[in-house]
Write a protein that binds this ligand. Structure first.
Ligand code: ACM
Ligand code: ZN
Length: 472
């Protein structure tokens, strides 16, 4: 039996039976998301579960053990997840992923027992959340003049929002698959698209354009402006009306302090607050949003850049993408919670020659010196500066997302060779969904290959002229 993610316990015989009867039983001795499947030699299929998610996962497992003649092995499976948070992230700000494509990805992720879809909806290069309260976001913030991600170039204006109806459709689609949708509105950095509509929320008040290229930009929200926190909280309120999730992602990554340093309002505000450190100034603002959202019963996730400010609210959950980050470890050991998305293992927007499948698979969800109870789960992100079509999205994600699913669910990881064998058995399910998988010849690489991978990445994405103009 080749089941992925690997179940906790599975015993089976070579005897195959056709299903005669299926019985479902609620078993209160099981925990959330747990299930057991028993198939006896008479063809009786008994599924025990505690909650509906467990029942759903049992059915996903059954799909994988049925052969082409619709026969099942006589077996007993007992299964439960390693982590309660098993996420995937799609960046729909840089390139819009069509709703039907998002649904295909969700279908695949549901088969793999993922339970969180982190939807990155806002960034410097575009705003994707339809707002009725602030319609200027749907026009000015949603559209960039052109797209110049190096060789991923398009000279025409690009962008639109997802309508509320579309976003609600995705929430519902996910709910049916026991996946919670976590919207991300990234603050206070990565906000050029927002500030294009609301320049008065920036330090200078000067007009900002929706960015046309990748990078880390100095246009950030000015925490000192009277309307900043109020407007941001109002936008989050509207986001929360569409997304009934337990979690909301509020970003916090890559927010340069350059403008704050020369802004008289910020300088005055910091003095009043008794703050000298810009990381703490960032968190003072983010904590305001966290507090606002916590009154609505929401828990906020932030990227681990925000852990650099020691005053980050302990109510925040930190998403660890920057590896070996001491501030994150201190946050965790001080009682904070983490979600792990280690950049050099889990960022699937880089090619297999930079992050091969064997590296993604090899990640052990432990951090030396960090209390393991602080780790709530794992998430596989994909950023889309260089991904403007469904086929690339799919081959970058699969099979690496399968390796993340395996680590997130299974306490029983075996060997990479066995894993690859299982991926090959799983691929027909992806094919059935119309999803393309990277060919096996690309999956496995040595670490020594990585510098060549980076060179290829640069060559594939940028022209020499582009690099020269970026360096200038
Ligand atoms: C990130 O990759 N900037 C979270
Ligand atoms: Zn300012």
């Amino acid at each position: 039996m080749k089941i992925i993610p690997t179940p906790e316990k599975a015993v089976y015989s070579s005897k195959l039976v056709s299903e005669k009867e299926r019985q479902y039983l609620i078993d209160t001795s099981l925990l959330k998301e747990e299930y057991t499947v028993k198939i006896d030699d008479e063809g009786k299929v008994l599924i025990s579960y505690y909650d509906e998610a467990g029942r759903f996962y049992a059915e996903q497992t059954l799909k994988q053990i049925k052969n082409e003649k619709n026969l099942y092995p006589v077996c007993k499976i007992e299964d439960s997840p390693h982590f309660s948070y098993r996420g995937f992230m799609l960046d729909c700000a840089r390139h819009i992923i069509p709703i039907d494509e998002i649904k295909k990805i969700i279908d695949a992720m549901a088969l793999l027992k993922f339970n969180r879809f982190h939807w990155h909806l806002t960034d410097d290069q575009g705003w994707r959340f339809e707002s009725e309260k602030f319609p200027i976001l749907n026009t000015v913030s949603a559209v960039r003049e052109y797209s110049d991600f190096g060789k991923t170039y398009d000279g025409s204006p690009y962008g639109r929002v997802y309508t509320k109806a579309e976003m609600r459709e995705i929430v519902e689609y996910c709910k049916e698959r026991f996946i919670e949708v976590i919207p991300e509105f990234d603050i206070p950095g990565h906000t050029s698209a927002l500030l294009a509509a609301f320049p008065e929320l920036s330090c200078s008040g000067l007009k900002v354009k929706v960015k046309t290229h990748q990078g880390i930009f100095k246009d950030v929200i000015c925490p000192a402006k009277e309307d900043s926190l109020k407007t941001i909280c109002e936008i989050f309120d509207e986001i929360c009306e569409v997304f009934p999730s337990e979690y909301v992602h509020i970003g916090g990554d890559e927010a340069p302090s350059r403008h704050w340093e020369s802004c008289p309002d910020c300088q005055q505000h910091m003095k009043e607050l008794g703050l000298e450190n810009y990381k703490e100034y960032q968190n003072y603002f983010m904590n305001g949003v966290i507090e606002h959202l916590s009154k609505k019963g929401k828990a906020c996730i932030v990227w681990n850049d925000a852990a650099a400010g020691k005053n980050l609210s302990k109510d925040a959950i930190v998403q660890y993408w920057k590896e070996n980050d001491k501030a994150t470890f201190e946050f965790a050991n001080g009682g904070g919670r983490l979600i792990l998305s280690p950049f050099t293992y889990y960022y699937t927007d880089y090619g297999y020659d930079i992050t091969p499948l064997n590296r993604t698979y090899s990640f052990t969800p432990e951090i030396k010196g960090v209390n393991s109870d602080s780790i709530s789960g794992l998430e596989v992100p994909i950023w889309t500066e260089y991904i403007d079509n469904d086929e690339t999205l799919e081959t970058m994600l699969f099979p690496r997302a399968i390796a993340v699913a395996e680590t997130a669910w299974s306490k029983n990881k075996k060997s990479y060779a066995e894993f690859c064998d299982k991926v090959n058995s799983f691929t027909p399910f992806l094919e059935e969904l119309g999803i393309e998988t990277a060919p096996q010849s690309e999956w496995t690489k040595s670490r020594a290959q990585m510098p060549i991978g980076w060179l290829r990445f640069v060559n594939k994405n940028y022209s020499l002229d582009y690099i020269k103009s970026a360096i200038k």
